[in-house]
Design a protein around this ligand. Structure first.
Ligand code: G1P
Ligand code: ZN
Length: 550
């Protein structure tokens, strides 16, 4: 192939956020925008000559074109082996699995996760390292630095390889391997779980299971694993064909966006078990009949029941949760006598802990659950883990959840998102809160003025020191904590593409069984009102009601 070195000029907005670089699709389609970012990644990989690179994405609009560009650039930059998912498809957890299995130097994953897709929606790209996990901050910062000074990039002439057929093509010194995007991942799942047991469970005539792929990438994985390999009846998987615009929907598995599934599950005669996954397959939502499991509870329940899953029967090394995730798993860890780590938001912070063997399970309140089998959160893994617990215990989802609360108490939890706030207004909210943190006497007075009847304990702006490499991440969220275990946390989203999203996380610890079944919004009413007053939301943003509640 003919390698060209082309001139370019830097863009000043290629700083990766919580999970890679995310922008409007048209922004990515600007001349050289994608190329600049990819070259900035490659320039930070001195070992790339002769190395293996994995490429794939969630199949959203522009995925196919972007994969071609990346493959051409990777070959021009000296990679020897390109492993590409068929049709440019790889779910995020499958990409992580493939990187690890084939000992690649890393991988480029194209996705904007749960954000809508299409010409006027979102696109995204991130680099995952050899461990299969998102690049650490040191690397994403270096990529950003490089993107500010980049002047040229290397690319092979357009050849438009056919990526629809599985097989190997030699291109000069390099080889392009188009792989079945499901095979390696499905094999790994078969090693972790007892497929015979799961097969028996999903084929029981009295057990009904529904999985909503939300027109996104997990459709191909779910059809293969749940229906073909485990023998669940056809129709178990709904919205199972990946579409470039996710059918016009918002591929985010939560109560607001997975409407079809939620409606069915909340019928009196709804299915026994329901789940959904997001645009790129790393998120999950777990439901029982008329029962919603919060992601924080899901992590805790899986940790408490890990001994029912073959791969984890020998016990967990430890668990980790992101700071805004509820403390439910902390109690389980305490009881199991294993360490529990509290990290900043974003899966990349779990990478070192997993690599060092310090934790086995990790999770985030944002519908992320996973284990040390890959270095991404993993939606289908969570579904298989729940199925394993259901199969082993012969209990309903609701019974499992309620029994858990009886044993550990309930961390009542909700997240209120205020989307599309002008950036400067959102910054003012955080500035105001940080100033209260810096002046405890003002904080105390401000809390009193809200009329909240809970005893204030402390407040801070969360900072994290990675126990493995000692790196420090500051300003990861303002926390206001009460002596009864309740807390309110504020942070700005790092994945949005329009304006700012303020996330407010609200939690209390309930020990009174009579109150376990209360609706979280009712149970947390005082804290919800408080969270808006103390942050001066009305005055600073002119907003009082959140756009999304999860
Ligand atoms: C959000 C979630 C975070 C998750 C990330 C990627 O990031 O809050 O937990 O890791 O998406 O799925 P945020 O927009 O809050 O920065
Ligand atoms: Zn995702």
């Amino acid at each position: 192939p003919i390698v060209q070195t082309l001139d370019t000029r830097p863009f000043d907005d290629q700083k990766p956020g919580t999970s890679g670089l995310r922008k409007k699709t048209r922004h990515f389609q600007q001349e050289n925008y994608l190329e600049n970012f990819v070259q900035s990644v490659f320039n930070n990989l001195p070992e790339r000559k002769g190395a293996t690179l994995v490429v794939g994405g969630d199949g959203r609009f522009y995925n196919a074109e972007a994969v071609q560009i990346i493959v051409r650039m990777a070959i021009a930059n000296g990679f020897k082996r390109l492993i590409v998912g068929q049709n440019g498809h790889l779910s995020t957890p499958a990409a992580s699995c493939v990187i690890r299995k084939h000992q690649a130097l890393g991988g480029i994953v194209l996705s904007a996760s749960h954000n809508p897709g299409g010409p006027d929606e979102d696109f995204g790209i991130k680099y995952n390292a050899a461990n299969g996990g998102p690049a650490p901050e040191s690397l994403t910062n270096a990529i950003f630095e490089e993107s500010l000074k980049i002047r040229e990039y290397q690319i092979c002439e357009a050849l438009d390889w056919d990526l629809s057929l599985v097989g190997t093509t030699q291109v000069g010194e390099a080889v392009i391997e188009v792989i079945d995007p499901v095979a390696d991942y499905a094999e790994l799942m078969g090693q972790l779980f007892d497929f015979d047991q799961l097969r028996a469970c999903v084929s029981r005539p009295d057990f009904r299971f529904r999985f909503d792929a939300m027109h996104a990438i997990t459709g191909i994985y779910a059809h293969r694993i749940f229906e073909e390999m485990l023998g669940a009846p056809q129709g178990t998987v709904i919205n199972g064909i990946p579409l470039t615009d996710f059918g016009g929907g918002h591929p985010d598995p939560n109560l607001a966006h997975a409407e079809e599934l939620v409606e069915e599950m909340f019928q009196a005669d709804g299915p026994d078990f329901g789940a959904a996954s997001d645009g790129d397959g790393d998120r999950n939502m777990i439901l029982g009949r008329q029962c919603y499991v919060t992601p924080s509870d899901s992590l805790a329940i899986l940790a408490a029941n890990a001994h029912h899953i073959p791969a984890y029967a020998k016990g967990l090394a430890g668990v980790a949760r992101s700071m805004p995730t509820s403390g439910a798993v902390d109690r389980v860890a305490e009881k199991l006598g294993i360490p529990c780590f509290e990290t900043p938001t974003g899966w990349k912070f779990f990478g070192n802990l997993l690599d060092a063997g310090k934790v086995t399970f990790c999770g985030e309140e944002s519908f992320g659950t996973g284990s040390d089998h890959v270095r991404e959160k993993d939606g289908l893994w969570a579904v298989l883990a729940w199925l394993s617990v259901i199969a082993a215990r012969s209990l309903s989802v609701r019974e499992i959840v309620e029994e858990h609360w009886q044993t550990y108490g309930r961390n009542v939890y909700t997240r209120h998102d205020f989307e599309g706030i002008p950036k400067d207004r959102a910054d003012q909210v955080m500035k105001h809160l940080r100033s209260l943190v810096a002046h405890p006497e003002q904080m105390r007075a401000a809390i009193e003025a809200t009329g909240l009847k809970r005893e204030w304990q402390s407040a801070d702006d969360f900072a994290y020191t990675d126990p493995v490499d000692g790196s420090v991440s500051r300003q990861q969220g303002v926390r206001i904590m009460f002596s009864d275990g309740a807390r309110v946390v504020y942070r700005l989203s790092g994945t949005g593409t329009v304006g700012a999203t303020l996330r407010v996380y609200i939690e209390s610890v309930e020990q009174d069984p009579a109150r376990f079944t209360l609706d979280a919004q009712d149970s947390l009413k005082d804290l919800v009102g408080f969270s808006r007053k103390i942050a001066r939301l009305k005055a600073l943003t002119d907003r009082e009601e959140p756009t999304v509640i999860t």
